[in-house]
Ligand binder design. Structure first.
Ligand code: S3P
Length: 441
């Protein structure tokens, strides 16, 4: 019986990954496509949209504000933009589920509206820090209340006016940067964000696709308020963060040979490729091309022996969502791996440093949590029961660890895999993972 009354995975040890696996659309880009197309003048089409729960929350929120969004096929949307000033106040609070991206980006957008909104989320999202976005928005003139702990629900009242700011963010966060830039569309004058390291730049790229003039360089982005967004068509690459589970799964089993088509290789996201290569992985980028403003390639990954490394801090931001899977690669590598400068992992959908180290220890791996990372000693992986804590990336990381485990693995609380990767278990089973999903009850 599953104590969480949620889906669990049962994964038999061994196997290898082979063939071609097309993972679903990029989550970050799918959110932005719905948001920007909704605010554009005219009709946009989005292909390759991720129909994961997180992006569906964004879609429902914009529908609740009067935007007509047709789902032509599973992953194809036609969005009838209403223009920057065309949204209507929603009847109820907007429930953004598990999605930090929806909440932080929409905090910025909602701050510029002439109606009030309340943004809510599930238990995990309601624990995540929101001051990092609320404080800069208040400097712009936004009227936003949080709980005393600085968390959601966010109650956003219409502001008299927003004023552009130059904001130096202490964290390298695309959610913070993007929320401020989106508020900047409604602000007087220029809005600029600088950050200590270059976070993903999908917002800047897509704003340009929609005809907005944006100044952008790694670590800095700026725009002027009042610009009109013009409808455009978006083709969403396969999500490198979802591809990562397969990349690591193939890399840790000598003899694996896997092709991952159409993967987004935006340089602000490819830290995982560099880290795995430095561990000795064989990853080739084939047919480099672009989907609109975003670079893509087909990735070919072949299994080899990996070695532990000291992960370069300069690669952390560009691999931030991939560390749970990188920890699994480290557990399967020869020697020690040290991750530092990654304290942001503690405020993701779960405390990913703790969740991964606890789970690895359950499998018999020497993994020591540090405030800003972990030290992992590669070795043999046993089996047993691991709690994903409802975090999609923890669940998928331990699922692929079974490829190198010596006994079966049970992973608890896996329902939220649907937030970013609907169909993960089926796709992974097709490629060679011995996984079955056990329904609650
Ligand atoms: C995201 C930015 C990152 C990332 C998240 C998606 C985005 O978060 O972890 O999964 O789409 O902007 P932070 O901005 O908090 O680093």
């Amino acid at each position: 019986m599953n104590p969480h009354n949620s889906l669990s995975y049962r994964v038999q040890p061994g196997g290898s990954l082979s063939g071609s696996v097309r993972v679903p659309g990029d989550k970050s880009i799918s959110h932005r496509a719905v948001m920007l197309a909704s605010l554009a003048e005219g009709v946009s089409e989005v292909r390759g949209f991720l129909t994961g729960e997180d992006c569906l929350c964004t879609m429902k929120a914009f529908r609740a504000m009067g935007v007509r969004i047709e789902q032509l096929q599973d992953a194809q949307l036609r969005i009838h933009g209403v223009g920057l000033r065309g949204l209507h106040g929603p009847a109820d609070a907007l429930d953004l589920g598990n999605s930090g991206t929806s909440m932080r980006l929409m905090a910025g957008l909602m701050a510029g509206q002439r109606f009030a909104t309340t943004l809510t989320g599930d238990a995990s999202l309601s624990r995540r820090p929101m001051r990092r976005i609320v404080e800069p928005l208040r400097l712009m003139g936004a009227r936003i209340d949080t709980t005393p702990a600085g968390t959601a629900p966010l109650r956003i009242a219409p502001a008299d006016r927003l004023q552009g700011i130059a904001f130096a963010s202490k964290v390298a966060s695309a959610q913070v940067k993007s929320g401020i830039l989106l508020a900047g569309l409604y602000a007087e004058g220029r809005t600029e964000v600088t950050e200590p390291d270059a976070s993903r730049d999908h917002t800047e790229r897509m704003l340009r696709t929609f005809g907005v003039t944006v100044e952008a360089e790694p670590g800095r982005a700026a725009l002027s308020g009042g610009q009109t967004l013009r409808a455009g068509d978006i083709k969403v690459p396969a999500d490198i963060s979802s591809a990562t589970f397969f990349m690591v799964g193939a890399a840790i089993v000598p003899g694996s040979d896997l092709l991952l088509p159409d993967v987004g290789i935006n340089p602000t996201r490819t830290g995982v490729i560099e880290i795995l290569r430095r561990m000795g992985a064989d990853i080739e980028l084939l047919r480099p091309r672009s989907f609109g403003g975003e670079p893509v390639a087909d990735l070919r990954v072949r299994g080899r022996r990996l070695r532990g490394i000291e992960v370069d801090r300069a690669l952390v931001t560009a691999a931030i969502d991939e560390f749970p899977a990188i920890f699994i690669a480290a557990a399967c590598a020869d020697g020690h791996t040290l991750v530092t400068g990654a304290e942001e992992l503690r405020v993701k959908e779960s405390d990913r440093i703790q969740a991964m180290c606890d789970g690895l220890q359950r499998l018999g791996v020497a993994a020591a949590a540090e405030p800003d990372g972990a030290r992992i000693c590669g070795g043999r992986l046993g089996g047993g029961v691991v709690d994903s804590l409802g975090d999609h990336r923890i669940a998928m990381s331990f699922a692929i660890a079974a490829l190198r485990a010596e006994q079966p693995l049970t992973i608890l609380d896996c329902e939220n895999v649907n937030t970013s990767f609907p169909g993960f278990a089926e796709l992974a089973a097709g490629a060679g993972l011995r996984i079955s999903a056990l329904k609650p009850g």
